[in-house]
Write a protein that binds this ligand. Structure first.
Ligand SMILES: [Zn+2]
Ligand SMILES: [Zn+2]
Length: 346
């Protein structure tokens, strides 16, 4: 089969690789769409923590945001058949350890992660194999491109599920990329009264407005804290969701949240400059949450997408044939075009 492999930092090849052979508990899926994630970009550049810690090595097949059609079913697989339209979890737990038994398989010490960890081949390829227990069917009304966004949406759903947000909360989302946009929609669908989104691209902020943001703030023009004070009558918001991975916005989150509020971190930080506002966590009696992956979130996310409460369509701004992955990656690196999600089609 054809696949895109990252062969070294900033090196990519579209080439023939062996088609995966399935075990009795696995299915083989023909990939129909696969999104390019920020973490795929880090695998490409070599900045990804798993590359740095040698938890995965070149050459590797990236891609964990995918959808496709089942082409082959292992002998022991029940409830799935050839022709089913599906996607899968990203963290594949062992199913045996204490974390897996608690349902926290994103923290399983024996887990593999599709397309990034311990060289589990990803979906930048014509086929992928996955254990059947990690597979989810997608509705017939959902396109494969939309299906490839389930994982990103589920990551945001998981974050919202994790923080037990109070009904009617006011929420500030920092970041206008796919995770910021989807976190905004998830917060709305979970009962937030008002959601404000911070970004910089006019087009992206218009998309946020059209999909439910109550106000959008431009960090290049607006004083974010001043605006949040205005919008909340000086109180601050109940919840801040930070998706930009920047120490400045992390500190901004701690300033914008009201005492007793919650801060949810949905990005990885590569800088160590975090000390300036850290005492706010103590002084404001805050709850700060991290969220890794999307355990137990695919089911509810697919339902919310099917019902239209989460709308990913306007977020898919680019698509390319898989063989043109390099062109897609260069478009993302150049940051010249307004982009939310770019999808590859094998
Ligand atoms: Zn992703
Ligand atoms: Zn486990």
């Amino acid at each position: 089969m054809k696949a895109v492999r990252f062969t070294g930092p900033k090196e990519l090849k579209y080439e023939d690789v062996e088609k995966p052979h399935i075990n009795s508990d696995e299915v083989l899926v023909k990939v129909k769409a696969v999104g390019i994630c920020g973490s795929d970009m880090e695998l490409y550049s070599g900045e990804h923590p798993y590359i740095k810690k040698e938890l995965t090595r070149y050459p590797l097949i990236p891609g964990h945001e995918w959808s496709g059609i089942i082409e082959e079913v292992g002998l022991d697989v029940k409830g799935l058949k050839i022709g089913d339209r599906v996607t899968s979890d990203v963290s594949l737990g062992c199913g045996e350890c204490l974390m897996c038994k608690k349902g926290r398989y994103n923290l399983c010490p024996n887990r593999i992660v599709v397309g990034s960890y311990k060289n589990k081949d990803g979906a930048f390829a014509e086929h992928i194999k996955v254990p059947s227990k990690n597979i989810y069917k997608i509705p017939d009304t959902m396109s494969f491109e939309e299906g490839s966004m389930i994982e990103s949406a589920a990551t945001c759903s998981y974050g919202i599920m994790r923080i037990n947000m109070d009904y009617g909360s006011t929420v500030l989302v920092i970041g206008d990329g796919p995770i910021g946009q989807l976190a905004m929609q998830c917060a709305k669908s979970a009962g937030a009264s008002k959601v404000y989104l911070v970004g910089s691209w006019e087009e992206k902020m218009n998309i946020a407005k059209s999909t439910g943001a109550d106000a959008v703030l431009n960090y290049k023009k607006d004083d974010i804290l001043k605006e949040i004070n205005k919008l909340t009558e000086g109180e601050g918001v109940d919840v801040v969701i930070e998706s930009s991975g920047n120490p400045i916005t992390f500190n901004q989150s701690l300033n914008a949240v009201k005492p007793g509020g919650k801060v949810l971190l949905l990005s990885i930080y590569t800088s160590s400059e975090f000390m300036s506002e850290i005492n706010s966590i103590v002084a404001k009696d805050l709850d700060v949450y991290g969220a890794l992956g999307s355990p137990n979130a695919f089911g509810p996310t697919i339902d919310l997408m099917e019902s239209g409460r989460i709308n990913v369509k306007p977020l898919i701004t680019h698509n390319y044939p898989l063989k043109n992955a390099k062109e897609a990656i260069e478009m993302i690196e150049n940051k010249k075009e307004c982009r939310i999600k770019a999808v590859l089609i094998p």
